[in-house]
Design a protein around this ligand. Structure first.
Ligand code: NDP
Length: 295
């Protein structure tokens, strides 16, 4: 049985913008929070707010049953925790790794943790630092359900919504990768749109209200197309790929006429043309999912 004091203690390894936000939320929740960062000095403000600054990562992890790691990637995680003294100090304790990386790296870390007798949960943070400690934060978790249940109270101190996606450890990273795929390709599209708009004398400020409108079209598409995509049907009623590809060609021509690289749009247009070439011209644009990964 975990005591109230143990539940109220946490260690945070990594004090980049996200690690600092996580620490701030633990402190606001009244938890005894021990921190460590590779580069010294980043804990100053947190220590002023009540955090305990540890002199080494092994001292930091020894201070709590639960350690939250949040650094740039799993190479950095390994550099911190896969070292004799730190690994030894972690034995019998739990690591919640909120660092972003790939599903394979999560599986590899779980295998290492199991060999070392360390409890391991993997997680992903889907919202910016400003949301941490507020209802707007979104966390995804995967790993042993019982371990998740044991530490749920501490994780709740971070605010927002926590979803346990299952015991398969790569699950949180798999969602993270898919969701960031949406985010970064959309951001690349937005950056390209801003460049083309500026070449046509349209400022970002002028475009913004209409860009918001385009963004708002997407959520219902995600919702409505999900069943179709899962069942492998791609209705093009109302907007077949043949029509979509023509609209894409206009974007390519306009941007290249201004000497602007249209590589991102050309990639999308190329996939759409492949779908048409395979006889799917009357299907909807999401047919390209099958071109990318045939079932
Ligand atoms: P960074 O991704 O830049 O991570 C910075 C942290 O990583 C610092 O603590 C840094 O230490 C540490 N680090 C880097 N390399 C090493 C190394 N070789 N050994 C030890 N520590 C290392 O900033 P964030 O804090 O913003 O992000 C942390 C994680 O959170 C990332 O995986 C990110 O994808 C994820 N995330 C961040 C969001 C955000 O809005 N910032 C949103 C959602 C997820 P040092 O100070 O010594 O350089």
């Amino acid at each position: 049985m975990t005591s109230h004091t143990e539940q109220s203690a946490v260690t945070v390894l990594g004090l980049g913008p996200m690690g600092r936000a996580l620490t701030g939320a633990f402190l606001d929740a009244g938890m005894r929070t021990t921190v460590w960062n590779r580069t010294p000095g980043k804990d100053r403000e947190l220590v002023e707010r009540g955090a305990v600054g540890a002199r080494s990562p092994e001292a930091a992890v020894a201070a709590s049953r639960l350690t939250v790691v949040c650094v740039v990637n799993y190479d950095a995680v390994d550099a911190i925790v896969r070292r004799g003294a730190v690994t030894d100090a972690l034995k019998g304790r739990t690591v919640v790794n909120l660092t972003a990386d790939t599903p394979d790296r999560a599986r590899d870390t779980e295998a290492w943790a199991a060999e070392q007798g360390i409890g391991y949960l993997d997680g992903a943070i889907m919202t910016p630092t400003t949301t941490i400690g507020t209802p707007a934060a979104v966390f995804l978790h995967s790993g042993p359900e019982e371990l998740y249940r044991q530490h749920r109270l501490a994780l709740d101190a971070l605010g927002g919504t926590h979803t346990h996606l299952g015991e398969e450890i790569g699950r949180a990273a798999a969602y993270d990768i898919a969701l960031l795929d949406i985010f970064w390709t959309a951001m690349a599209g937005y950056a390209h749109a801003l460049a083309v708009a500026r070449a046509e004398g349209v400022s970002a400020r002028e475009l913004a209200p209409f860009a918001k409108g385009i963004g708002a079209i997407l959520p219902p598409i995600f919702e409505q197309s999900a069943e179709e995509v899962d069942s492998g049907s791609f209705s093009g009623e109302g907007n077949p790929i043949t029509s979509a590809v023509s609209s894409m060609a206009h974007i390519v021509h306009t941007s290249e006429a201004h000497g602007i690289d249209a590589g991102v749009m050309r990639a999308a247009e190329g996939l759409a043309r492949r779908a048409i070439g395979r006889g799917h011209g009357t299907d909807g644009f999401l047919r390209i999912t099958e071109i990318l990964n045939p079932r």
